[in-house]
Design a protein around this ligand. Structure first.
Ligand code: SAH
Length: 457
């Protein structure tokens, strides 16, 4: 085999131009044909770079100095932007973020999906791309004489204290600061990951943006702890707008934030929120989209692509608390939702009842086991909607969808690379991808959500 010549060496200084973005918002460019990723550089910029890692087909560099700067470069609004890593695109104008997200989807669809003739629309953006998140979850740690709550410094588990997060709803920031202070004042022991000691692990908050309801979840290492009653009393006193105070017990050595057991300490077990004219109950462990304004746009698009007339049987796979299912049910004959988290299905059933929607059935289980069962029972489906987690659809589920031959598949995805992989499989199985709508659910970050429409060939 011919030996590939790599034109750079580790620690070498070079000057190069950048043409695009990588997955984490880093700049990508070619130096004498060799691809380098460099964080902090924008497409269209020229920079002096130090090569820090050299692999066979690509390498990584560190920005030393910008030579030509892009007109899309702006000053990041957040003072802890560099340390945090939660946002990756604050140094880029919002218009350019939207443009780059579309290009990211297009690149994946062409490179991984090998799909050429598909319409990829402009990214649907927000009017005001700040303070949008309805859910916040921050780790707690010990600091000299007290307790901090914030974020893990990039690529570490070192907690850095945070006063506010600019992409969070202000209520979330306020609740976190209040709990942090109270916990410190009454001496609640912060959790220490290294020796698995201490009590308070994470503070999780959620707001129903359209109802004003608020949930606060204290994730603790064990159920009982000193000053628990005092903690509850103070929180209820100082957060008079709270709807629900939950303790979630997580006594495992794990990076997973919440444990299996949730106890209501005060108030309701769930909070409610509305999207459009549908009302949803949300439990502590249930998935609920984090950007309510954009969720409406996303669901409207999914509904439009489903092209329902009232006569269709529809499957909603990975249905969570039944949000998309209930939107679809208003226009379909019957909707079948499936979801793996039991509490979410409990919420989904409650939500159907709450909204007086009767033509929907929910089942707990893995989509890849439950849907083949429905298939064996002779279910005839017209439209399948999937909305899987980042890893995409289970491969056997895609085979089942191919066998079910629905007229349309609507694929909602939070990861363009697994979307592209799965669309390829569906294309090979007899579907054609017609159009893809990227939706900006996560401004200031590299994440991009998309809805794809496929029809049976
Ligand atoms: N459609 C919902 C939820 C999407 S998030 C909404 O828009 O709110 C993806 C969901 O898939 C999560 O609720 C997760 O619990 C669920 N999930 C993960 N793996 C699954 C599987 N194998 N089968 C069914 N559901 C699964």
């Amino acid at each position: 085999m011919e030996k590939v010549q790599i034109p750079v060496q580790k620690n070498q200084y070079i000057e190069m131009e950048f043409t695009g973005f990588g997955h984490d918002g880093e700049g990508v460019g070619k130096y004498q044909g060799y691809t380098l990723f460099v964080p902090g550089v924008l497409p269209g910029e020229k920079a002096k770079v130090k090569v820090i890692k050299v692999k066979k087909n690509y390498g990584y560099g560190r920005l030393i100095e910008l030579i030509d700067t892009s007109q899309d470069r702006i000053e990041p609004k957040c003072s802890i932007y560099k340390q945090c890593g939660g946002c990756q695109l604050q140094h880029i104008t919002y218009q350019e973020q939207l443009k780059q997200k579309r290009l990211l989807v297009e690149d994946n669809i062409k490179r991984i999906g090998k799909i050429e003739d598909v319409v990829i629309h402009q990214t649907l953006g927000m009017r005001d791309p700040w303070n949008y998140r309805n859910k916040s979850q921050v780790p707690v740690a010990k600091r000299e004489g007290g307790l901090i709550a914030g974020f893990y410094a990039k690529r570490t588990h070192d907690v850095i204290d945070m006063k506010e997060c600019l992409i969070q709803q202000e209520e979330n920031n306020y609740m976190i600061q209040t709990v942090r202070r109270i916990a410190e004042e009454i001496g609640i022991a912060p959790y220490d990951e290294k020796n698995h000691q201490g009590i308070l692990r994470h503070i999780v908050t959620r707001v129903g943006v359209n109802t004003g309801e608020r949930m606060l979840i204290l994730v603790t290492n064990g159920k009982d702890f000193p000053n628990k009653e005092e903690l509850i009393k103070r929180i209820v006193e100082e957060l008079p707008d709270l709807t629900s105070l939950i303790q979630n017990v997580n006594d495992q050595r794990t990076n997973v934030i919440m444990g299996l057991k949730s106890i209501t300490l005060w108030g309701r077990d769930v909070i409610y929120d509305t999207i459009g004219d549908i009302k949803f109950a949300i439990s502590p462990r249930s998935f609920y989209q984090v950007n309510p304004e954009q969720t409406k746009q996303l669901y409207d698009k999914a509904l439009e692509y489903a092209m329902l007339t009232g006569n269709e049987n529809v499957i909603d796979a990975y249905c969570g608390i039944g949000t998309i299912s209930l939107f679809l049910a208003k226009k379909a004959k019957q909707v079948y939702g499936v979801e793996i988290v039991p509490e979410a299905i409990k919420d989904a059933k409650k939500n159907a009842e709450l909204n007086g929607i009767k033509n929907v059935t929910f089942e707990v289980g893995a989509a890849e086991t439950v849907i083949p069962k429905w298939q064996q029972q002779g279910l005839n489906v017209d439209v399948v909607v999937v909305d899987p987690p980042r890893k995409g659809c289970d491969q056997s589920l895609l085979q089942t969808i191919i066998e079910l031959k629905p007229k349309r598949v609507v694929y909602v995805s939070c990861n363009p690379s697994t979307l592209a992989r799965d669309l390829r499989i569906l294309e090979d199985g007899g579907f054609k991808t017609i159009e893809i709508q990227p939706v900006d659910m996560f401004p200031q970050t590299t994440h991009v959500e998309s809805v794809a429409l496929l029809t049976l060939k």
